[in-house]
Write a protein that binds this ligand. Structure first.
Ligand code: ADP
Ligand code: MG
Length: 204
């Protein structure tokens, strides 16, 4: 997969717009089982990323991903900032300039392991890992772009009946059940945007 400057810029814009346009929805999800800041946190972070364009897209793919990650760590805040930021930083460290599909599978796997270490968390605890882990599994198994996007959306919905045992929602105990995890929803939006853009730009 080779992304030229314009393709990289389109990818970054699509990622940013996906969460910025859904900030209100992410806020209401976080109002139900958290402190209501997830929409604003993500919007602030991705607006900061957008502000680094167009120069950001001149960087190599690995460097661009690492820069997105450090910007998110600095600007998003909350529990999600370091986690989403870590994902992009580690993805940037693991991915070559022109990754093959199998390079991307390996790199996303490593980035997810770093998120787990950072959050001291794993899938099953009603966090963004409940989207990242199953989506990466079907990606590794050869799923096409459409199936990946569909799985991301479904995985976020599957967090609704789960009991939260990590993050702020875990303070609610049983009352965390019955609401979609906000971080899972934002992760599904980002994956949907990435897959849609990469399909157009790089024939994922
Ligand atoms: P905060 O919880 O500090 O207000 P946000 O509202 O921005 O931060 O983000 C909340 C989201 O972060 C949750 O919905 C969840 O998906 C994710 N999250 C929180 N703690 C963890 C953790 N330890 N591991 C993985 N994800 C987590
Ligand atoms: Mg919050």
């Amino acid at each position: 997969m080779s992304l030229n400057r314009a393709a990289k810029e389109n990818l970054v814009r699509a990622l940013a717009v996906s969460v910025i346009e859904h900030a209100d929805e992410l806020t209401s999800l976080d109002q139900a089982i958290g402190d209501g800041d997830h929409g604003l946190n993500m919007k602030r972070g991705f607006e900061a990323v957008l502000a680094t364009l167009p120069g950001l897209a001149d960087k190599s793919l690995p460097e661009m991903l690492r820069t997105i990650g450090t910007t998110l760590v600095m600007k998003v805040g909350g529990a999600s900032g370091p986690l989403v930021g870590t994902f992009f930083i580690e993805l940037g460290k693991a991915v070559p300039e022109q990754p093959t599909r199998s390079d991307l599978v390996g790199a996303t796997g490593k980035a997810i392991e770093s998120v787990k270490a950072r959050g001291r968390s794993e899938a099953g605890q009603k966090t963004l890992l409940d989207v990242l882990v199953p989506v990466q599994a079907i990606f590794a198994a050869g799923a096409d772009a459409e199936a990946i996007a569909a799985e991301a959306a479904k995985a976020a919905v599957r967090t609704t009946p789960m009991l939260a045992t990590r993050g702020r929602a875990s303070f609610l105990g049983e009352r965390s059940i019955g609401h979609m995890d906000p971080g899972s929803r934002s992760a599904s939006l980002l994956i949907g945007a990435a897959v849609a853009t990469l399909t157009i730009e790089a024939g994922l």
